[in-house]
Each structure stands twice: as C-alpha cells, then as structure tokens.
Ligand binder design. Structure first.
Ligand code: PGA
Length: 249
C-alpha cells in the first residue's frame, strides 16, 4: 500500500498564511507520486485550501466537526458543511479534543456516524496516556477507544476510516515510543478490528502513527511493520519540512 501522510495544522495559520504555505507546498509537490498527502486545515483556511488544491491530488481535510447536521449549535460546524466546503476527511477524537473539550466516546461515535453519513472519511485518533502506558494498559485503552468509536458501523464503512495511533504523551513532546512499541500497538489495533469485524478488515484497515514526528524520525516510523503512514502536527507547519518528510518516507 502507498504511504499516507496526514498534516494536522491544529489551531495555526490564518487563511492568508495558509495561502502562502500552499504556494510553497504546491511548487514542491509531485502530483504524479504514489503517496497520499492529506492536509487538515483550520475551518477558516478551508475555502482557500479548496481553491488552491483544485487540480492537485492533495486531499483537503478538517480537524473536527459537530455530531449534529444543523440547528441550535452556536459556533459549531457540521459534516454537511464540511462536505459542501470540499472536505474529504475529518479528524475525530484527537486527544486535544478528548481532553480540552471533554469529548467522550459517545460523542466520538456520533461524530463518526455523522461524518460517514455526509460522505466524509474519518481519521480516528486513539492512544494511551503516560499513566496507561506505565501501568501496561496501552492495548486495553486502544480496545476500548476503538470499540466505542466504531460501535454500530458496517464493515464496508471501514474503507473510509484511517486509525491514527497517537500516544498522548508523545504528542508535541519530542518524545516517541520505540518502533517495537508502535509495531505492537498496530498489531493490537488490527487484532481488535479483526475480532469485531473480520480477518480481512483487520488486515485492510489503514493505520498511521502520530506524535513528535520530524524529518529525522519520519522514515523510522513510516517503516514500522503493520503501518501505513504518519500523522504530522508541528513539523507540518513549514511547507519545506513537510515536503522533506514526504520525500523520506
Ligand atoms: P505533533 O502532533 O506532531 O506536533 O506531536 C501530532 C498530532 O497530535 O496531531
């Protein structure tokens, strides 16, 4: 399978800054390459993203959405709106949202169902805290998070799901697990999907690693057995750096 590189801008860049970034990125991007590049932009950068990515195979993605389609949800953005804005995939369940915005498994499951219903793909983030890791609960946490998130989904819907394994303690910390630990987590995730859906689904589900990826370690984590790519936060904010990461994987 070709590699998937997901860039998560988080709450960074105005639409003007995104435009400058995309000018630089597009001048370096090889549209004929085999890998997938997915840019998760802030809502306010989606319009300029759609305009500038027209004709490029870079995928326009968002970082969150409401579980509701429309109505009395002041300040929220729905899957229906994202679809109309040209978005292809949306991140759901990022640990920053789980923690800062108290998103629980019930809301994450509702958001995933709403995204799929609106024709969006989902980048589902899962991962253990440092306390879970230190008490050897990583696989239990992954099982609970994945099963809660995917409850009620049909097997064919998994085609539109990418699971991002992001240990919470590795996000923006400069710390990373070992390749062996990531391999073990990937294997565990495939086992969970195989048990809940089918052996084929367990083999085919797309899984990426995220957490303190930079140019130096990108190749190492992109090469972990059982994985399909990377989710890059901080290091994706510079177009040249992101392109270096794309080049080394
Ligand atoms: P990071 O963020 O690469 O800055 O650690 C990854 C993420 O949480 O999306």
């Amino acid at each position: 399978m070709n590699k998937i590189i997901i860039a998560n801008f988080k709450m960074n860049k105005t639409s003007t800054e995104t435009k400058d970034y995309l000018v630089r990125l597009l001048s370096r991007f090889d549209n004929a390459g085999d890998d997938r590049l997915m840019l998760c932009l802030p809502y306010t950068s989606l319009a300029i993203g759609k305009f500038m990515l027209e004709g490029s195979k870079i995928e326009l993605c968002a970082q969150n959405m409401s579980e509701e389609d429309e109505g009395r949800c002041t300040g929220e953005i729905s899957g229906r709106m994202l679809k109309d804005a040209g978005v292809e995939y949306v991140i759901i369940g990022h640990s920053e949202r789980r923690k800062k915005f108290k998103e629980d498994s019930r809301i994450i499951n509702k958001k995933i169902k709403s995204a799929l219903k609106n024709g969006l793909g989902v980048i589902l983030c899962v991962g253990e805290s440092l306390a879970d890791r230190n008490t050897l609960k990583t696989l239990d946490v992954l099982k609970e998070q994945i099963e809660d998130a995917l409850k009620g989904l049909y097997e064919n819907e998994l085609e539109k799901i990418i699971i991002a394994y992001e240990p919470v303690w590795a996000i923006s910390s400069g710390k990373t697990p070992t390749s062996k630990e990531v391999e073990k987590a990937f294997k565990g995730i495939r086992k969970i999907i195989a048990a809940d859906f089918s052996a084929k689904a367990g083999e085919e589900i797309a899984i990426v690693y995220g957490g303190s990826i930079d140019v130096k370690n990108a190749r190492q984590f992109a090469d972990v057995k059982g994985g399909n790519g990377l989710l890059v936060g901080g290091a994706s904010l510079d177009a040249a750096t992101l392109m270096q990461i794309v080049a080394v994987v």
